[in-house]
Design a protein around this ligand. Structure first.
Ligand SMILES: [Zn+2]
Length: 177
């Protein structure tokens, strides 16, 4: 097979996915502040603080690096008829879950939301947020939730499919014929 020009990049991505460069990054020594999002690394973890000393060393956090490089750790697909009929509701739920998660864990964020006709895909900076969004969807609307972690624990793929029998759900309205 003749190698196409895109192949080296693909190889590199596979290589990097196995040896996740973000996961292996050393935690900052002492305190740091991220110049992009202002998350502060203190007492061994990243947190949101109102104040930090002016001379705190600056270091870009892993979440901002992943956003800059568009290199997600989590990938979530939301599919099913429900997505077409209740798209805004689903998007709001995802954003609300992100807000709540990020308030506690500054490095857990949505990188990008892509809307297709019959699906919504969400990429995240971390492994936890897709599961959180998926479980919130499952709690609210039932449906089916599939989680798949790669064997090294560097990447998660979550899929939520809306239930088929939507009319059993109290929030559903039957179209008037
Ligand atoms: Zn940051």
């Amino acid at each position: 097979m003749i190698a196409s020009p895109t192949e080296p990049r693909k190889d590199r991505l596979i290589h990097e996915r196995i040896h996740d460069p973000y996961k292996s990054l050393q935690k900052p020594v002492g305190s740091s502040v991220c110049p992009v999002c202002n998350a502060v690394f203190k007492d061994g973890h990243w947190q949101w603080l109102e104040f930090w000393p002016l001379d705190t060393p600056r270091e870009i956090c892993q979440a901002c690096r992943r956003i800059r490089d568009n290199y997600p750790a989590g990938f979530m697909t939301i599919t099913g008829e429900f997505v077409q009929t209740h798209r805004q509701e689903v998007l709001n739920l995802a954003r609300n879950q992100e807000r709540a998660e990020c308030a506690l864990h500054p490095l857990h964020r949505i990188i990008h939301i892509e809307e297709q006709a019959d699906a919504v895909t969400i990429t995240t900076t971390d492994l936890h947020l897709p599961k959180r969004i998926g479980q919130a969807l499952e709690r609210a609307y039932k449906g089916r939730l599939d989680l798949h972690y790669d064997e090294k624990g560097c990447f998660v793929r979550v899929k939520w499919t809306s239930p088929k029998n939507k009319l059993n759900h109290p929030t559903m309205k039957r179209r008037q014929l």
